[in-house]
Design a protein around this ligand. Structure first.
Ligand SMILES: *[C@@H]1O[C@H](CO)[C@@H](O)[C@H](O)[C@H]1NC(C)=O
Ligand SMILES: *[C@@H]1O[C@H](CO)[C@@H](O)[C@H](O)[C@H]1NC(C)=O
Ligand SMILES: *[C@@H]1O[C@H](CO)[C@@H](O)[C@H](O)[C@H]1NC(C)=O
Ligand SMILES: *[C@@H]1O[C@H](CO)[C@@H](O)[C@H](O)[C@H]1NC(C)=O
Ligand SMILES: *[C@@H]1O[C@H](CO)[C@@H](O)[C@H](O)[C@H]1NC(C)=O
Length: 239
């Protein structure tokens, strides 16, 4: 081996060592390796280092690297979702139950809101690409603009919807004729069409929106914001 190679291996070895040692100290490394998801950083972490971030991914250290990575969004007893990818502060997960409903054109796909983690002093969570679906009594005959679509093949209700929320122009108001309907917000891809099974999807992009307090922590060159054992907010530095 030439010297450069030796030096390079030494550097790699040392940086791995720092990661391992800092993990064992209960300190938090600047990033963690998470198999096919690559390097994950704050606000994401691994379940082995749950205390180092806001959302913890399970299975990061499992081999092979392509083995499933999952996440629980609520309490520890809640459903596990597969993690598909991470882009900056957005995590894309797949809802397998919803996927089955959509594939079978089952109206149960319109029965529940996307589950999001609870807001904390550290962050709130947004289903970034969503559409608001109105579920209305079949007897309701609202007059709506051409931006609205109706789907009447569900037995319990008619559904109405406009464009996905990310495409609604500023100042957009929901029609008051839909006020008696119940609403749900679902994950969506592209623009809406007459067939809701075309654009409602089972891949949910959850964006972590850090609190102002946490953002100022990061601006201040601190590495992350965390809650202590009493649930109190603090800024944490790196190693
Ligand atoms: C739906 O999307 C809009 C636009 O991206 C966003 O402002 C809103 O918070 C989202 N709703 C939920 C429940 O995440
Ligand atoms: C739906 O409309 C019918 C007829 O107007 C009414 O009898 C019924 O109570 C309504 N159902 C709901 C759930 O509002
Ligand atoms: C989305 O579709 C609506 C009609 O359903 C159309 O009016 C609107 O221009 C489309 N928006 C985009 C950004 O393509
Ligand atoms: C509605 O249901 C009928 C009968 O099941 C089916 O033939 C039709 O294609 C459905 N329409 C839509 C828009 O899904
Ligand atoms: C879904 O979420 C919306 C907005 O957060 C809320 O108004 C609505 O009542 C919820 N619907 C159900 C069925 O939980």
């Amino acid at each position: 081996m030439d010297r450069v190679l030796v030096l390079k291996s030494l550097i790699v070895f040392l940086s791995q060592l720092i990661l391992i040692v800092s993990a064992q100290n209960g300190r938090c490394p600047p990033y963690s390796d998470c198999g096919v998801l690559g390097r994950i950083r704050f606000p994401f972490t691994t379940t082995e280092q749950q205390h180092c971030g806001i959302l913890a991914i399970h299975g990061c250290q499992q081999l092979p690297p392509s083995s499933p990575k999952t996440i629980k969004l609520g309490t520890s007893t809640s459903t596990s979702y597969s993690v598909l990818r991470i882009e900056s502060r957005t995590i894309f997960i797949s809802d397998d139950e919803q996927e089955r409903y959509l594939r079978n054109r089952n109206c149960k796909a319109f029965s529940k809101n996307v589950t999001l983690p609870h807001t904390s002093p550290l962050a709130s969570f947004v289903n970034k690409y969503n559409i608001t679906i109105f579920r209305c009594n079949h007897s309701l005959k609202p007059s709506l603009s051409k931006d609205f679509h109706k789907y009447s093949n569900c037995s319990e209700y008619d559904i109405f919807y406009g464009p996905p929320n990310i495409l609604t122009p500023p100042g957009f108001q929901w029609p008051s004729s839909l006020a008696s309907c119940s609403t749900i917000q679902l994950a969506v891809e592209g623009n809406s069409t007459d067939d809701p099974f075309q654009f409602v999807i089972s891949t949910i992009g959850i964006e972590v929106q850090l609190s102002n307090e946490c953002e100022s922590c990061l601006d201040d060159e601190k590495e992350r914001c965390l809650l202590d054992t009493e649930g109190k907010f603090y800024c944490a530095t790196g190693i």
